[in-house]
Design a protein around this ligand. Structure first.
Ligand SMILES: [Zn+2]
Length: 210
């Protein structure tokens, strides 16, 4: 038992040192052991591929897709989206549904809106971002250009709120609802589209049209 405790203590002391040494390598950096980063980017890419979604190239294509209803506007009631430029406040519909639920749960417990710092980012934008922000994934790897990821900044959270988000997102990770990366400055969240029998649009197409 004592040996186990010593090993656990050693591990907890060593982890930050190892993380610090690998700081410059985005892919292997794990900020929190609840969300291991190894393989995470590949899982996010696999989700986009499973749904047959392509990366949005530029603002013009994004505008067309929002006009067609393929991406919908972020909720502004329980979520705080003002730090995102208005034309980038969009995501795929099921992603918005998950964000809305999370923001409502958060509001219920804290009586505060949930800050969202990033949503869809067309390739042109992601390329610009990756040039100066080394934490940003390469444009052809990131799923922000697909419109299935959003970021929750950590700088406005109290410790209690951060822990609340960690455990909520961890629970949703374990139940197959989201893929999460905890980065130094934010939680990067990719909701997983649930089985089509829960998807109203597919249900409607099957049952209400002839
Ligand atoms: Zn992100």
């Amino acid at each position: 038992m004592r040996l186990l405790l010593i090993l656990a203590l050693l591990f907890s002391l060593l982890t930050p040192a190892v993380a610090a040494r690998h700081k410059h390598v985005h892919k292997v950096k794990t900020v929190c052991t609840l969300f291991p980063t190894a393989g995470s980017l590949a899982r996010q890419g696999a989700e986009a591929e499973r749904l047959g979604l392509k990366r949005i190239q530029d603002d013009r294509q994004l505008h067309q897709m929002t006009a067609d209803g393929l991406l919908v506007i972020l909720p502004s009631g329980r979520a705080q989206v003002t730090s995102i430029a208005p034309h980038y406040r969009f995501l795929r519909p099921w992603t918005v549904a998950t964000l809305t639920e999370l923001a409502e749960n958060y509001y219920f417990d804290f009586k505060m809106t949930l800050f969202v710092s990033s949503a869809v980012r067309p390739m042109t934008y992601q390329r610009r971002l990756a040039r100066w922000n080394h934490a940003a994934a390469a444009p052809d790897k990131s799923v922000h250009p697909v419109g299935i990821a959003f970021d929750l900044p950590k700088n406005r959270l109290t410790k209690q709120q951060r822990v609340w988000l960690q455990w909520k997102l961890w629970y949703w990770t374990q139940t197959g609802r989201v893929i999460v990366e905890e980065e130094r400055y934010c939680f990067h969240v990719v909701p997983i589209k649930q089985d089509s029998c829960y998807d109203y649009e597919s249900w409607r197409d099957i049952h209400l049209t002839d």
